[in-house]
Design a protein around this ligand. Sequence first.
Ligand SMILES: Nc1ncnc2c1ncn2[C@@H]1O[C@H](COP(=O)(O)OP(=O)(O)OP(=O)(O)O)[C@@H](O)[C@H]1O
Ligand SMILES: O=C(O)C1=C[C@@H](O)[C@@H](O)[C@H](O)C1
Ligand SMILES: [Mg+2]
Length: 164
Amino acid sequence: MKAILIGFMGSGKTTVGKLLAAHLTLPHVDLDKKIVEYTGKEIKEIFSQYGEKKFRELEQKTLVEQLDKKGVLSTGGGTPISEQNLKILQAVKTPVILLETSLNTVLKRVAQSQDRPIINQLSRNELLELYNQRAPFYQRCADLRVTTDNRSPLEIVEWIKNNL
Ligand SMILES: Nc1ncnc2c1ncn2[C@@H]1O[C@H](COP(=O)(O)OP(=O)(O)OP(=O)(O)O)[C@@H](O)[C@H]1O
Ligand SMILES: O=C(O)C1=C[C@@H](O)[C@@H](O)[C@H](O)C1
Ligand SMILES: [Mg+2]
């Protein structure tokens, strides 16, 4: 992989990853999408039918499978949130880029979406707690950090290209 994007739900990993890959004429790989293709089920169905633990197992397996491939990898929001995955992301030679987004912006972007079981299940306060809990995991494996509040996907892609 040429770059790995990490960050909270709604930080823009999928959107920016797709655009960055197009700018670099590389394939784009989205971990969530790979899991959906592999299982033939939507993420919310995997959560409701098999539980989050099973989803995390699939996520880790898929992450390891993709690391040596060519392209730009967009992870899921929870991918770096285990000591095992953190070790994998810290050890990888590819730059890990953290898309930093305030919780307010996250909520503006994804509050209406029904695709993210974690966002749909939690109250705003619980989400804030999760956001604060996750921040150190993201920081521990990030090589580069870019703020996405008030920046368009294209501006973020330009920033990444200039800093990669
Ligand atoms: N920089 C941005 N400015 C404005 N809107 C954005 C930006 N980045 C992403 N969005 C919008 O926010 C929503 C969520 O983006 P996206 O799906 O790329 O996030 P994600 O980080 O991949 O989330 P998840 O962790 O759930 O996969 C989309 O509707 C997208 O169009
Ligand atoms: O932040 C999370 O834990 C998640 C984010 C999404 O990308 C999906 O991987 C799933 O909805 C879980
Ligand atoms: Mg995504």
